[in-house]
Design a protein around this ligand. Structure first.
Ligand SMILES: [Cu+2]
Length: 271
């Protein structure tokens, strides 16, 4: 028992002290790196979990009590009662009240996530079978982000989560993400930021995040999109402002892309 508790506690402790990516034997959420995710985690831990535990304990108690109190040997002549108005009203009303109590903070968080604050930076994520394409529309940067295969991984690069070209964003800045897809449905999801949006062909969804900690964060496509659905991870590197400016100038060289002239644009649009 002591051993079990020790393992349980160390698991909880180590997962909460490590951020950003899923861990073996993880217990609970990944560490939050944005206010949005903190809201979600606290909603889950402080409201949903106690409600779930209370209901489970109550139902378990009722079942055990009924099994013992009304067992055949102690209760040879069973009651024929089928209706009890008071009990029926109660077991309808109480769950309704519980749902309302859960709905109010839940909607609050949803609406908060839906309102995009003043944007510092816009990026566009495009889902393809099976990789992500990223664009920085204001910087004329466009690149693709493929998963690195297991045999090519370097030390400390997590399997199935590492990509060749990471998305780079500055810390403590509001980043608006425009999300779309070019073939089938995908979904752009980053647990540490509390972000998950469908990528729908022909439609642009938008979401936002403000990463509060420098580091590398991992997510995955979260809409079953075909045979390599599991192999199109999302890697976001959050850096300081200076590092971001440096990265921008490097990226502009690395992913050099001719600005599209009006004529070419018309040509593309008419296709
Ligand atoms: Cu996908």
């Amino acid at each position: 028992m002591k051993n079990f508790l020790f393992i349980l506690l160390t698991t909880i402790y180590t997962t909460s002290s490590l951020a950003d990516q899923p861990k073996q034997w993880q217990f609970g959420f990944q560490d939050a790196a944005s206010q949005s995710m903190r809201d979600i985690v606290s909603f889950h831990n402080n409201l949903l979990l106690p409600v779930i535990i209370a209901i489970s304990v109550f139902v378990l108690f009722l079942m055990i009590y009924t099994c013992i109190r009304f067992r055949a040997s102690k209760n040879p002549v069973p009651s024929k009662t089928t209706h009890n108005v008071a009990v029926e009203v109660l077991w309808t009303l109480i769950p309704c009240l519980i749902l309302i109590v859960m709905a109010v903070p839940s909607f609050k968080i949803l609406y908060k996530q839906d309102t995009i604050p003043k944007v510092d930076l816009t990026i566009k994520a495009v889902g393809y079978q099976w990789y992500w394409g990223y664009e920085y529309p204001d910087e004329n940067i466009i690149f693709e982000s493929y998963m690195i295969k297991e045999e090519d991984l370097e030390e400390n690069q997590p399997r199935l989560l590492t990509v060749d070209n990471e998305l780079v964003v500055p810390v403590n800045k509001v980043v608006k993400v425009l999300i779309t897809a070019n073939d089938v449905l995908h979904a752009w999801a980053l647990p540490s930021f509390g972000v998950k949006r469908d990528a729908v062909p022909g439609r642009i969804n938008e979401t936002w995040f403000k990463a509060e900690k420098v580091g590398t964060y991992y997510g995955q496509c979260s809409e079953l999109c075909g045979i390599q659905h599991a192999f199109m991870p999302i890697t976001v590197r959050v850096v300081t402002d200076e590092e971001y400016v440096e990265w921008l100038s490097e990226a502009k060289m690395k992913f050099a892309n001719e600005p599209i002239t009006e004529n070419e644009y018309k040509k593309l649009a008419s296709k």
